[in-house]
Design a protein around this ligand. Structure first.
Ligand SMILES: NC(=O)c1ccc[n+]([C@@H]2O[C@H](COP(=O)([O-])OP(=O)(O)OC[C@H]3O[C@@H](n4cnc5c(N)ncnc54)[C@H](OP(=O)(O)O)[C@@H]3O)[C@@H](O)[C@H]2O)c1
Length: 167
């Protein structure tokens, strides 16, 4: 499986239950990468989606231990074990972990690759992604040139899990 995330200069990913920034071309590339695939997210991230609607044309899997959380339009898994059983149905290459912090933290070691949009700005944040530049198991393999949208500079980076490939 892979993860996909956007981070600021401090590896911040969210604040007050929302994204730090919405960058239209980044949203497009997120859609292009995940379309017709399986996306795995935590309940908080699901509830932050516009109108709390599942992402279209993707299989949406939501992690929640809260039995009062139910939704016919998504697959709900109550534990990591349940998630891993559910994921047996799919090609692991088609599975994308899409956040938030708690779900990235739990699933990062199972990811072969992370697609990171690096926003060249600092925001007030209360949720973070692991700083992969400080993690010897992860290696930066590609980074695009700087793009600009609404005066915000950002780049697309790919990190691979060296430890995973050794298995
Ligand atoms: N920058 C980005 O790319 C990006 C991407 C996604 C999200 N975000 C941001 O990240 C923030 C949300 O992150 P978060 O860490 O607060 O929440 P989250 O990871 O989206 O969701 C947390 C919830 O997921 C459920 N959960 C987590 N692990 C579970 C497990 N092993 N088994 C069953 N349920 C489990 C629990 O739900 P219950 O409480 O229902 O049990 C938990 O409260 C928001 O600000 C969002 O905008 C940013």
């Amino acid at each position: 499986m892979k993860a996909i995330v956007s981070v600021d200069l401090n590896w911040g990913i969210g604040c007050g239950g929302q994204l730090l920034e919405r960058i239209s071309p980044d949203m497009k590339q997120f859609k292009q990468k995940t379309l017709n695939k399986v996306v795995v997210m935590g309940r908080e991230t699901f509830e932050s989606l516009p109108k709390m609607e599942p992402l279209k044309e993707r299989i949406n899997i939501v992690l929640s231990k809260d039995n009062s959380f139910n939704n016919d339009k998504v697959v709900i898994c109550r534990s990591l074990n349940q998630l891993f059983n559910e994921l047996l149905k799919y090609n692991t290459e088609d599975v994308f972990v899409i956040g938030g912090q708690s779900v990235y933290e739990q699933l990062l070691t199972y990811c072969t690759k992370v697609y990171i949009t690096k926003i060249q700005k600092e925001y007030r944040a209360d949720k973070y992604f692991v700083n992969l530049d400080e993690d010897k198991n992860w290696e930066l393999v590609t980074e695009s040139e700087l793009h600009e949208y609404n005066n915000i500079k950002f780049s697309y980076a790919t990190y691979v899990n060296k430890d995973y490939y050794k298995l």
